[in-house]
Design a protein. Structure first.
Length: 316
């Protein structure tokens, strides 16, 4: 048999579909949210807006959906997903030793994905499927932060709307480019148990009870100082793309939660993103760079537009 013939486009499509199905069944949600963000979203020309879809499990695993996602990945889109279910908590940016330690600590890992060489994302279930029907967001967030702190994950990703990389799609971050046009694929590392982590849920519930479930209303936020904001290197994120990803993830979440917010009204979206980030404690310089790199309108209108938007958002 000619082994090369087995590696046809149909073979890779079917293999990808199989891996997507494994991930979906491991997390066992009825619906999945898929977010596509172009690797060159920061560019001023040829800008590609993010794409967001919500699919049932059947639609998510369908060959046509997988083919659509493969095509967009080839066109330069990062492919992210998450179950539309607060039972499922993601721990981002952990090492292999941390994954092993979770197992040693008795945690039931539903899915672990190697998103780049020696870098992992881990999904765990906090409750049995459909119990309760609407899992409390504040308990999810408390569990996410607890896990991130305990196992060295990314605290910035410890929230209920955080998306993870979908297995078998390429991680298009430039730092992973191999110099020959190739990028690493996210790979399923472990599928262990979809059982609920009852002790973790109880611990998170106790932690959440000690804090309000949502941030208190802010008065005037961090006073803006243009010189400080524009100072090169004053921001804390390490890559432009991180600001781009943050902007689009925040905008997508706000548009999903607040139907009156139209993603095509760019000024309102920029204001809403700035306000949300301020309410969650982000400092003014990071908010500035999030809009500066992530918002097409901010790039078109320039610094003064961005500063006016942040000033309005932080002085309500």
């Amino acid at each position: 048999m000619n082994k090369a013939a087995d590696k046809s486009p149909v073979y890779y499509l079917l293999y990808t579909q199989q891996e997507v199905r494994k991930a979906a069944y491991a997390l066992a949600s009825d619906f999945y949210r898929v977010v596509l963000i172009h690797k060159d979203a920061v560019g001023t020309s040829g800008h590609q807006p993010p794409i967001s879809r919500q699919w049932s499990m059947q639609e998510f695993c369908h060959r046509a959906s997988v083919s659509f996602l493969r095509g967009r990945n080839r066109q330069g889109y990062h492919i992210y997903f998450r179950p539309n279910d607060n039972r499922c908590v993601l721990v981002d940016d952990v090492c292999e030793d941390a994954v092993a330690q979770m197992r040693d600590d008795g945690l039931h890992i539903a899915l672990a994905v190697e998103t780049s060489p020696a870098n992992f994302q881990v999904w765990l279930n906090l409750a049995a499927r459909k119990h309760p029907a609407n899992f409390p967001e504040h308990i999810h967030n408390a569990a996410a932060r607890l896990l991130a702190k305990r196992y060295g994950g990314d605290l910035g990703s410890a929230k209920s709307n955080q998306v993870g990389r979908l297995p078998e799609f390429r991680n298009l971050k430039e730092k992973y480019h191999d110099g020959n046009g190739g990028y690493p694929r996210a790979k399923i590392f472990r599928i262990l148990s979809s059982s609920a982590n009852d002790k973790l849920r109880e611990e998170a519930g106790q932690l959440a009870a000690a804090y309000p479930p949502s941030p208190p209303p802010l008065g005037p936020c961090v006073p803006l100082c243009t010189d400080y904001i524009l100072k090169v290197g004053s921001h804390t994120y390490s890559e432009q793309q991180e600001y781009v990803d943050l902007y689009h993830a925040t905008a997508s979440d706000l548009c999903t939660r607040f139907r009156t917010l139209d993603s095509f009204d760019r000024s309102r979206t920029d204001f809403a993103v700035a306000r949300s980030l301020a309410l969650h404690g982000m400092n003014a310089d990071d908010i500035f760079y999030t809009l500066h790199y992530g918002s097409a309108k901010a790039r078109e209108r320039g610094t003064q537009y961005t500063l006016r938007t942040i000033t309005k958002a932080t002085n309500l």
